[in-house]
Every structure is written in structure tokens, then in C-alpha cells.
Design a protein around this ligand. Structure first.
Ligand SMILES: CC(C)(COP(=O)(O)OP(=O)(O)OC[C@H]1O[C@@H](n2cnc3c(N)ncnc32)[C@H](O)[C@@H]1OP(=O)(O)O)[C@@H](O)C(=O)NCCC(=O)NCCS
Length: 151
């Protein structure tokens, strides 16, 4: 068991970009710090998105991105679009605090549902979400098509 302080959850700021980029690598999405910085700036300017970080002893040890999703066929809901906790800080309640903070944000916006899609290969995430009260509702195939953009 760690004797680190309980994590503080706070909104991400532009200065967090390099650390968010490092942690994205642990999520399996290696991204350059300046690329993350540009994306973060756009997200921070949108009321319907929230990016939070967890900080322990002055170090950012995790981040989460929640987003209000307007759909035609279902009520507006909050989607967890990204979540990662530093491998050295897992199973200490950091992920739980980050998700709880997004849930509070969503409830404050009147959203009644939080959803998340997690790759079957992310074996630790499935018991995690179930412990947090999430129910598995379906299994999907994911499709992508790369577009050729004209200059
Ligand atoms: C999934 C992840 C965010 C969990 O973060 P975490 O800080 O380790 O989770 P917590 O310590 O807050 O755990 C919350 C609960 O989930 C359980 N849990 C967490 N990881 C678990 C695991 N690997 N196996 C079983 N249960 C687990 C904990 O026991 C805890 O339950 P409890 O509070 O009832 O005792 C983290 O493992 C991670 O970043 N994984 C890689 C990226 C990833 O999969 N992200 C999700 C993408 S959708």
C-alpha cells in the first residue's frame, strides 16, 4: 500500500499537456506534447467537454475526458472518451475519483446517463467499470475508414 496523499482532482490546464501526452502513451496512443496541447486548448474552450486530472504529491497521475453527446435517437448523455491512470498509481482509487468527478460534472449538466466503450483487450478496465456500478450493455465491432483529403 502506498503512503501517497489522496489524489486531488482538478480541471486540466494548458501546462498539463506534456504530462497528458506521456500518459496517453500508456493508454496506447502516443501523441506529441504539442499535439495534445492543441487538442486540449480546443476541448477546454467547449462547455460540453471536461478534461480533469488527478494529482498526487504534485504529480499528475491520471486524466479523464468526458463529453456531452447530443444524439438523435437517444437522450443527451455523457460519454467517457478517455481515461488513464499512471501504471505506478493504479488500484489506489485514482480512476474511481476521476470517474466520480466526471459523473458530478454530468449530473450538474442534467445528464442522466454516463456511457463508456472500452476495448475488450483492456482487461483491467472491465472489472473497474463494473466496480463503479457500470453495466455491460452490448458488444460491438468498431469500423474506420481513412479519407483521402484534397489539398
Ligand atoms: C482502468 C484504470 C483507469 C483503473 O484505474 P485505477 O486507478 O487503477 O482504479 P481504482 O483504483 O480507482 O479502482 C476502482 C475499483 O476498480 C477495481 N479495479 C481496478 N483495477 C482493477 C483490476 N485490474 N482488476 C480488478 N479490479 C480492479 C478496484 O479494485 C476498485 O474497486 P474497489 O474500490 O471496490 O476496491 C487503469 O487501470 C488504467 O488506466 N488502465 C489503462 C487504461 C484503460 O484501460 N483505460 C480505460 C479506457 S476506457
Amino acid at each position: 500500500m502506498s503512503d501517497a496523499s489522496p489524489p486531488l482532482v482538478r480541471p486540466a490546464t494548458a501546462g498539463d499537456a506534456p504530462r497528458l501526452a506521456q500518459l496517453s502513451g500508456q493508454l496506447g496512443y502516443p501523441v506529441a506534447a504539442d499535439t495534445i496541447a492543441g487538442r486540449l486548448t480546443r476541448l477546454l474552450g467547449r462547455a460540453g467537454d471536461v478534461v480533469l486530472v488527478a494529482e498526487t504529491d504534485g504529480e499528475v497521475v491520471g486524466w479523464v475526458h468526458g463529453s456531452e453527446q447530443d444524439l438523435l435517437e437517444s437522450a443527451t448523455r455523457c460519454e467517457l472518451l478517455g481515461l488513464v491512470v499512471d501504471a505506478r498509481h493504479r488500484t489506489r482509487g485514482v480512476g474511481r475519483r476521476l470517474v466520480a468527478a466526471v459523473e458530478s460534472w454530468a449530473a450538474g449538466r442534467g445528464l442522466e446517463l454516463v456511457s463508456v466503450r472500452s476495448n475488450v483487450s483492456r482487461t483491467e478496465s472491465h472489472p473497474f467499470y463494473e466496480r463503479l456500478g457500470y453495466s455491460r450493455v452490448k458488444t460491438q465491432h468498431a469500423y474506420r475508414k481513412r479519407l483521402v483529403l484534397r489539398p
